[in-house]
Design a protein around this ligand. Structure first.
Ligand code: FNR
Length: 365
């Protein structure tokens, strides 16, 4: 059951702080380094003032949209988050069932703690579920990548989301302070069988990061390779610069997710609310634009749409819901955001998502 008194995403977070152990809390709640971006992501949405319209007809309003040629009940998706069995024994399975029940899109992480087939199978045939996408971290072994892509295709995933903002881990001070370790029995099961990285012989003065680990980091050339090797649309997750957005559009990717990985990679990276407008200008509606990072309120969702996004993703909030009450908690988090979005739309004079325009956010004088 849901904990009493938990009626907002912030309440879910506060309650989860007492449910998760220190190890899991450091992993799920933390960000990189000084956690500047982690904090500013939320602040940037909150501090955008809304300038609502009144007396506009609202009857028959709804939050429906079409994304990648598919109808959705609302514009809220669940972002890929690794190792969800650390939050709750049912892990990604509970998340998928809740997403499906709430018609929310789900992006399963490459580092999920349950097999991608098991998660897809549980919801694949649900009539009203949202889209099911697979997040890809390219591995150093091409053959393994191909196998993983084939598995995702065969299991029924409808798009691949290539994460491009994490060629290496950020400096995760909070995790290091907490001595974070994956608990026994929890692992990235979909990467089982990945051949070990060949041993690098580092000479004096060479960098373990640049000369070994990053040898296999994806580049723009890999985007074309990926597109040539899958029938699924490929979205890029982790774009913050309009020049990268233009390049992505030129390569005809399936979509862009404006993201700074929830402040877990490059600290002091631009908050996504601040990055979105220039990227929306750069790609000008030529491809679906999504955004994540710090979205905690229905008003945040509305602002993201006003600044040019077609849909949003949330990460930590649903993990806190999962920790608090399993699938019910995840469903509750999605429902809260949907309800808040509807209220925000009504109070801004928006009958449909198409009514949510940049005019609702005054430009700073
Ligand atoms: C993530 N994120 C992430 N992204 C990704 O592409 N693959 C992954 O495996 C993970 N894993 C992951 C774990 C945890 C604990 C967190 C908090 C985040 C990033 C995630 O998809 C998303 O970009 C952010 O979480 C969005 O920010 P909010 O909503 O958490 O503020």
């Amino acid at each position: 059951t849901l904990p009493p008194g938990v009626i907002s995403l912030a309440d879910h977070e506060a309650h989860a702080a007492g449910v998760l152990d220190a190890n899991a809390w450091a992993y799920f709640a933390g960000g990189a380094a000084d956690e500047t971006t982690l904090q500013h992501n939320q602040g940037a949405w909150r501090e955008l003032p809304l300038q609502p319209r009144v007396l506009r007809p609202l009857a028959g309003g709804h939050t429906r949209l079409e994304l990648l040629g598919r109808p959705l009940a609302h514009p809220i998706l669940l972002a890929p988050v690794a190792y969800q069995r650390m939050a709750h024994p049912d892990g990604e399975l509970a998340t998928a069932l809740a997403a499906s029940a709430q018609g929310a899109g789900l992006v399963l992480s490459t580092q999920a703690s349950l097999p991608l087939e098991l998660v897809a199978q549980a919801v694949r045939d649900d009539a009203d579920r949202g889209p099911l996408w697979f997040q890809l971290y390219l591995q150093h072994d091409r053959g393994f990548n191909l196998e993983l892509i084939r598995r995702a295709e065969a299991a029924g995933y409808e798009a691949l989301v290539l994460t491009v903002d994490a060629p290496c881990h950020g400096a995760r001070d909070r995790e290091r302070r907490a001595g974070f370790r994956l608990p026994p029995g929890i692992s990235a099961v979909n990467l089982a069988g990945l051949p070990p990285r060949p041993d690098a012989q580092l000479g004096p003065g060479q960098s373990a990061l640049f000369d070994a680990l990053l040898g296999g980091a994806p580049t723009w050339d890999d985007i074309a390779w990926l597109q040539a090797n899958t029938r699924l649309p490929v979205l890029l997750k982790g774009i913050l610069h309009p020049d990268d957005a233009r390049e992505a559009a030129r390569l005809r990717v399936g979509g862009i997710i404006v993201s700074n990985h929830g402040g877990r990679t490059l600290d002091t990276a631009l908050p996504t609310a601040a990055a979105l407008p220039a990227i929306a200008d750069a790609v000008g509606g030529s491809l679906p634009l999504l955004v994540d990072g710090g979205i905690r309120r229905g008003t945040d969702v509305l602002k993201a749409l006003a600044l040019g996004a077609s849909a949003v993703l949330v990460g930590r909030p649903y993990i806190f819901g999962l920790a608090n009450a399993g699938a019910l908690g995840v469903a509750h988090v999605i429902r809260l955001l949907r309800d808040e979005l509807e209220i925000a739309m009504a109070l801004c004079g928006c009958r449909t998502l198409a009514d949510i325009t940049p005019r609702l956010i005054p430009r700073p004088a």
